[in-house]
Design a protein around this ligand. Sequence first.
Ligand code: PTJ
Length: 248
Amino acid sequence: MTEIPKDHPRYAALMVRDRLTEAMWAKLVAPEGLIAQGRGEAFDYLLGEQTTESAARAELAAAAMLLSAERPVISVNGNTAALCAHQLAALQEASGAAVEVNLFHRTEERMAKITALLEEHGVAVLTGTSERLIPLSHDRALCLPEGIGGADLVLVPLEDGDRCEALRRMGKKVITIDLNPLSRTAQTATLAVIDEVTRAVPAITTACRTLSDDEVRALAADVDNRVFLEEALRTMARRLEEVADALE
Ligand code: PTJ
């Protein structure tokens, strides 16, 4: 681990990189997960590395959808576990959702390590015999009949493209947390929360705890993902214009 001086202007971001790299050496995070984080960081720059007003509204909508679902499941991959294992027990408790590990680069070793990390942080993780229930040709097809297989809503943070579409084709609602509004996942989800995952998860947890029943009903009935995608793209475009204008 590299010693990162606290006065470094990018101290927080460098600490996150360090955490993910350590998790990669520990075989929790796939090496490809570091590339995914880099892409996320680039989009976060364009958002000003903060939760936008639009993302905050998406987080309220995400909470309302989770609370309205009958069998909600939070799907956790390596990056999500390494970044926010410590935040997921609270989200599980506040939303009543089940938690299942689902990996693109799936090995039994990674499945066990990620499950153990989540359990260390107080998350109740579904385990059992996975079946190929999602129509995909890779191992993300594997899930539990009593988990993602039977869910009516799946929360998929930091997803790679095709599973979201496959889940939607199965008739499930999908919420993603993804900093890239251009990603196939963000474009095909029922709701995309365009925010950094460690900012989004606690915000959704707080909303689950504070929304009234009437607010939950109203918010869940009125989710239009195109609005959130458009607002994220316009925020990024505006920021680029502002920075370019300042150079004139
Ligand atoms: O652990 P596994 O085996 O399931 O593999 C997980 C990864 C992340 C490697 C896999 O799902 C993957 O390759 O994902 P992608 O296709 O790179 O997509 C990840 C998306 O998450 C990208 O659109 C990134 O912009 C976004 N992203 C990355 N880091 C963050 C993020 N969004 C929110 N918060 C982040 N910290």
